[in-house]
Design a protein around this ligand. Structure first.
Ligand code: MLT
Length: 283
């Protein structure tokens, strides 16, 4: 069942860039990139992915409003949101917005969704930006941990996840000097619906190993890593850079997992340079 995202930004005109947020975040994490690129001739589309952000009540709504088979399907969707589900939702949104192809930019979970999107709809991808990505699939320990996190979030809510912001998600300098970023990240985490978060956790636990897909990615690809990312290391990014034929990797200093929010100027400069190189390379 496809859930076309109903809460999204669609700002600017020109070549489309579709932004896929990480977990447990929402589309607001791309604010600085949307402002920057939409003022420079790009159309920026940033949906809330299934069950997350302002899309959080949608799964609940379908479950409450229908009976029978629809009820059963909705229950399944509430239990797990796969990366493929999310990729198909994004394609459906692009259909609705009449966007044939786009530059796909994901962060972390958004990269898993991007990998699925590239696999399912290769002709709709002009270029790729992968931020804090990991290609390898989950091992048994990761699967067990994710299920434990899903159950915990359902039992306790999102509060416990806030603790990891300063210990794992953000660079030391961000924590010390950028209280607005720390606050925004905390707000995103706390506003996430536990049901949607648990479903996404289970979806990530069920994701494929994307390692063998990498050599087949035949569009220009920018990989961005945060030097102090405690969730996805620069080595995860190097693994991907070594396997995608036409890729380049940049590592941003004083940045952690949310490098685009922590160092927006450096991130935006690198992204724009890459986007210019993509349009110059087009026939
Ligand atoms: C994210 O930021 O999307 C998460 O760290 C992804 C994950 O848990 O693998």
């Amino acid at each position: 069942m496809i859930f076309v995202p109903t809460t999204f930004n669609d700002i600017g005109n020109g070549c489309a860039v579709v932004f896929l947020h990480g977990f447990p975040f929402n589309r607001s994490m791309w604010r600085e990139q949307i402002d920057f690129l939409s003022a420079r001739g790009y159309r920026c589309v940033a949906p809330d992915l299934r069950g997350l952000g302002d899309m959080s009540d949608k799964l609940q709504f379908v479950a409450d409003s229908e009976g029978g088979e629809t009820e059963r399907q909705a229950e399944a969707c509430r239990t797990i949101s796969t990366m493929e589900d999310m990729a198909r939702d994004v394609a459906a949104l692009m259909d609705e917005l009449k966007i044939d192809n786009a530059i796909i930019c994901g962060l972390s979970m958004g990269c898993y969704v991007a990998f699925e999107f590239i696999h399912l709809f290769p002709k709709r991808v002009r270029a790729v930006i992968l931020c804090g990505p990991r290609a390898q699939g989950p091992d048994e320990t990761e699967k067990i941990n994710r299920e434990a996190q899903a159950l915990r979030v359902l039992a306790e809510g999102m509060e416990f996840a806030v603790a990891s912001i300063s210990t794992k998600l953000l660079a030391r300098r961000t924590v010390d000097e950028k209280s607005d970023v720390v606050r925004r990240v905390g707000e995103m985490v706390l506003s996430t619906d536990p049901l949607g978060a648990a479903a996404a956790q289970r979806g990530m636990a069920a994701r494929r190993d994307y390692s063998d897909d990498l050599a087949k990615i035949d569009v220009p690809t920018l990989i961005v890593a945060g030097r102090e990312d405690g969730v996805r290391t620069p080595e995860d990014a190097e693994f991907i850079d070594e396997r995608i034929p036409n890729s380049q990797l940049i590592v941003i200093d004083d940045a952690g997992h949310l490098m685009n929010m922590e160092q927006p100027q450096r991130f935006n400069r690198a992204m724009l340079k890459f986007l210019h190189s993509v349009s110059e390379a087009r026939p």
